[in-house]
Design a protein around this ligand. Sequence first.
Ligand code: FAD
Length: 139
Amino acid sequence: MFLVRAVYTSTAIPNLGLSAVESILEKARGKNLENNVTGMLLFSGDYFLQYIEGGRNQVNETLVRILRDDRHSKPVIIDYSEIEHRSFQDWSMSFVPQSSLTKDLLLKYASEPLFQPYKMPKSSVLELISALGERLKLG
Ligand code: FAD
């Protein structure tokens, strides 16, 4: 089965804390390992931005479960494409915390140093994800 990627953004329920996000990640990583799904989850405090890659059926099933989850709302799918290779093959689900959204990184993709994923064009979202991926690789 060929590989696809899915990218969406959503709004976290009010007051969703880091411990709730840790519990989401724990479950996500377990399921993703079973399904050979890899990717990145960014949590800004208000918004999620997630990149999921893997076999088409596995990505679709994962996405359906995620979109049903009531810990977030207003999901918008930004990209769904076939890919030639994975970008996050070492991560069952890497986590990018709010602190990684530095002012210089935000200003690279927006007129103000604010993370407003619903207002970002797909090309900027994909570039941001790629930049965050590079930072993860550098460790
Ligand atoms: P169960 O664990 O049986 O849960 C059933 C439903 O209950 C879930 O769909 C969810 O809506 C809800 N739920 C479960 N636990 C809680 C809780 N503690 N508080 C409130 N509601 C709850 N899953 C993945 O497999 N891969 C991912 O990459 C992934 N990323 C996620 C990213 C985000 C932003 C969120 C919010 C969730 C993510 N999940 C991910 C979790 C996913 O939504 C499912 O909860 C998980 O896959 C388990 O699915 P399940 O059908 O076994 O549901």
